[in-house]
Design a protein around this ligand. Structure first.
Ligand code: NBG
Length: 831
């Protein structure tokens, strides 16, 4: 008899594989938590509140990680291990408590303790705030990779910034996005260990002093300017049940001196404190743009600040080994997550040449063997540049070094490509604009031994277009590493009922060896298994429906198709295409009330960069359409539109397991990879998507019948643009679309205000529709019809759903990290 899904729910937080849990420490977790409430938090622990239980538990869990971490650090030195440094301006780890308990095998103990105190783990986790130290895919990828590095037992360090304010909290007021500060540290955070001892001074501005040493060699010394202190804050990342713990070191800016004495003595108390405040500003706030650069001085300061402190750490550890400098790259490798940390290359040159007095060639040779660079975007407007004038002012020595790297590089290019006089200016590290700029991607390419894209298509585009010239200069450097996601957070943790079902049939090995899910294919034809599969999904959908009711006051039918698009708002991601389809459906139901239709719920979520007006207008449009549709009694039973505010990792964990249809509909060629696409498919959602980024590879793995790919492919987008694409033609010829666009361009969704969306209307028509929304509209609408039709055939749909999960083994971040190890890092596990 089929197991009732309620049985699974009882087991929700029990370890799946208790036997493999490492031995518990002598004292029970709960006892330690109570001890910490009294002795670390200084609070009475007789009847601790939820809040105290949470922090007590955090400290008790942290103790267990620290013991392992300290042992490992010693081991790295004794074993002379090669270390990996993963430099990223963003991390999006999500909440820590549940994932750390799971990794350490401590859920049972935690449950027991909380039960004694009269709380559930869910209630306790509600207390936890999520660190939003990133914008989207790039930051979340960094966190998935940290999870895999720990689970694979690598001697690895993550490095980033401890922003005081993470990504803004999004509220929706009258349909508009409103940004609120995310003061995630307002009551401190015990997952982080601040390290006030051994801070590093980091210099900005100042002058370069030149002098001749005793051998007549010209030396450089960067002096003066402002000093800011970098203080480490460590947060620990345990591997899954393997006793391994890594650390992410987040730098916090501190004032160099408490007060500027002269102004203090002169009675300018406020002035002296002001300086302290401006020093701390460097790590104050995360830049809220995604796939777009920020040409602001503070941003460059942030980049240099965290990179310089990180390189200090790397060199300090290396020096303890007493090895010659040429072994720096044998004992370390530095992965640059996008170009944000690329200033590390001239910084290491500066340290080696100016401070350690190595010759230029020797130092450059070390650099080129140490750094590897991952590119995450091909949007031209997102490729980072800094004006030479800013760089010269803020980092004068680095600018000199960049000139010298460029001079030598271009000399080589001229020599090897004599008959291409245009080439040097195209590949130069400095643009020849009227206001010359440093091209950070060129710097990263020239200074790294490996350059990778994040999906097969993306890497191909890098080769064919974006970095075409460099492929000819450094063919051996370019490679692909298709992204992956951690099955711990994105299946085991977020979808407990399905995890139980999988483990019952496949054993627990899939948690660390995701390829095992392929055996699900054999079960797709078993009636009882399909029944259980559907029950698990329904449980998740009901949970999401409750959340929607609570947060938005909208009642949604859990048997309707849950069609979800959650990601940052960007025109290339085309939330607009999605809402055009929703309006199309709305019109068609109104016109044909007698036609029976499968009820559908369209769910949106995501933040727009605060200065990205078009993206904010699209959010407003979705909310305006939602208000109209949800209140229309004629369509209410068939169509609901929901915008969930403040999309973040925790909300993703709720949405992903409850989704039937995953929207991955970027203009082909624009989404480097996508990782949301992987999370949804892993949890059994079917993808409607363009042939873009990793969607293509997902299609190859789950099989054509189990994915809905539509629309122009990358080449067709290019061809169409070249031929001259006119969106007005499509507008004229497609009456259904015309009706939708005319509604947007009237006051239908904003009574009394007919111009609310004229910006959107114009961007799609007179503006030329840069992202080909109208070009893909018809194919998209027709594909949705097919989806609605096939969803009704429950057997067919559930089989497809199972085939999706079954095909996703490849997209584990364990596989991706293993490919980085084999192809780039060559580091060995230390377990
Ligand atoms: C994003 C891409 C995504 C990709 C992630 C992770 C940036 C700059 N890029 O497609 O847009 O999945 O990186 O690689 O955030």
């Amino acid at each position: 008899m089929s197991k009732d899904v309620k049985d699974y729910l009882h087991l929700l937080d029990k370890p799946l594989d208790e036997s493999s849990a490492p031995e518990a420490r002598n004292s029970a977790l709960g006892e330690d938590a109570l001890w910490h409430i009294l002795y670390s938090l200084g609070r009475d622990n007789t009847h601790p509140s939820k809040h105290k239980c949470y922090w007590g538990l955090v400290l008790a869990v942290r103790d267990r990680m620290l013991e392992k971490w300290a042992t490992l650090q010693r081991q790295y030195y004794t074993n002379d291990d090669k270390r990996l440094y993963y430099l990223s301006l963003e991390f999006l780890p999500g909440k820590f408590l549940r994932s750390n308990l799971l990794a350490l095998g401590l859920e049972n103990e935690a449950h027991e303790f909380l039960r004694e105190q009269g709380f559930s783990l869910d209630e306790i986790i509600d207390q936890e705030c999520e660190p939003g130290l990133g914008n989207g895919g790039l930051g979340r990828l960094a966190s998935c990779y940290m999870d895999s590095m720990a689970t694979l037992g690598l001697p690895a360090y993550g490095y980033g910034i401890r922003y005081s304010y993470g990504l803004f909290r999004q509220e929706i007021r009258n349909g508009h996005q409103v940004e609120q500060p995310d003061n995630w540290l307002h009551e401190g955070n015990h997952w982080l260990i601040p390290r006030p001892y051994g801070q590093y001074p980091i210099r900005f501005y100042g002058k370069v002093h030149e002098w001749l040493d005793d051998d007549g060699i010209l030396r450089h010394d960067w002096r003066g300017g402002d000093l800011v202190m970098a203080m480490a804050n460590d947060v620990f990342v345990p591997g899954y049940r393997n006793g391994h713990v890594n650390c992410i070191r987040l730098w916090e800016a501190r004032p160099h001196k408490e007060f500027v004495l002269s102004s203090f003595n002169a009675g300018d108390y406020i002035g002296s404190v002001q300086e302290k405040i401006s020093d701390e500003n460097i790590s104050m706030v995360l830049y809220p743009s995604d796939d777009a650069p920020e040409g602001k001085t503070l941003r460059l300061k942030q980049q240099y600040f965290f990179v310089a402190a990180t390189m200090r750490d790397l060199i300090r550890r290396f020096k303890k080994l007493n090895k010659p400098w040429d072994q720096l790259s044998e004992k370390n490798v530095v992965q640059l997550n996008e170009t944000h940390p690329a200033i590390a290359i001239p910084e290491l040159m500066r340290v080696l040449v100016d401070e350690e007095l190595l010759g230029w060639e020797e130092a450059w040779c070390i650099c080129q063997k140490l750094f590897a660079y991952t590119n995450h975007t091909i949007l031209p407007e997102a490729l980072e540049t800094w004006t030479v004038s800013l760089m010269e002012k803020l980092l004068p020595r680095h600018m000199q070094i960049i000139y010298e790297i460029n001079r030598r590089f271009l000399e080589g290019v001229r020599l090897h490509f004599r008959d291409e006089p245009e080439l040097p200016s195209r590949v130069s590290l400095i643009s020849d604009d009227p206001e010359p700029k440093v091209r950070m991607s060129h710097l990263a390419i020239v200074g790294s031994f490996s350059i990778n894209g994040v999906s097969a298509l993306h890497t191909q585009i890098l080769r064919d277009r974006v970095f075409h010239d460099f492929i000819r200069i450094f063919p051996e450097r370019f490679n692909n590493k298709t992204n992956g996601v951690t099955p711990r957070r994105w299946l085991r943790q977020c979808n407990v009922s399905l995890s139980w079902l999988l483990s019952e049939h496949l054993g627990c090995g899939w948690v660390t060896d995701l390829n095992q899910v392929e055996h699900l294919r054999e079960l797709a034809d078993v009636d009882e298994f399909r029944h259980d599969w559907e029950q698990c999904r329904l449980t998740n959908k009901k949970r999401l429906a409750d959340y929607i009711e609570k947060m938005n006051g909208i009642t949604v039918n859990p048997h309707s198709i849950f069609d979800v698009q959650v990601k940052r708002f960007h025109e290339y991601k085309r939330q607009l295409l999605n809402i055009l389809h929703v309006i199309t459906l709305y019109n068609s139901i109104r016109k044909n009330p007698e036609v029976k239709m499968q009820p559908r719920t369209f769910i949106f979520g995501g933040k727009a960069a605060p200065s990205y007006w078009m993206a904010k207008d699209i959010i407003y449009l979705i909310n305006a359409v939602a208000r109209r549709i949800n209140s229309d009694p004629n369509t209410r039973n068939f169509l609901k539109v929901v915008f969930l505010a403040n999309y973040n990792v925790s909300l993703a964990q709720l949405l992903v397991p409850a989704t039937d249809v995953s929207e991955q509909i970027s203009t082909a060629g624009y989404e480097a990879s996508g990782t949301g696409n992987m999370k949804f498919a892993l949890n059994g959602a079917l993808t409607i998507g363009t042939r873009d980024g990793a969607n293509i590879e997902i299609g190859e793995r789950v099989g054509d019948p189990n994915i809905y790919l539509f629309g122009l492919c990358e080449q067709e987008v290019l061809d169409m643009k070249k031929r001259g694409y006119d969106p007005w033609d499509i507008y004229k010829n497609d009456s259904e679309l015309r009706e939708v666009l005319d509604m947007i361009n009237s006051d239908q969704f904003t009574p009394g205000n007919p111009t609310a969306f004229s910006g959107i209307f114009n961007s799609l028509l007179s503006g030329g529709d840069r992202f080909m929304v109208l070009a893909d509209y018809r194919a998209y609408v027709e594909t949705h019809k097919r989806i609605a039709h096939e969803y009704v055939d429950r057997d067919l749909w559930i089989k497809k759903s199972i085939m999706n999960t079954a095909g996703m083994g490849f997209f584990s971040s364990d596989r991706a990290v293993q490919e980085y190890i084999d192809g780039i890092w060559h580091v060995k596990p230390d377990v």
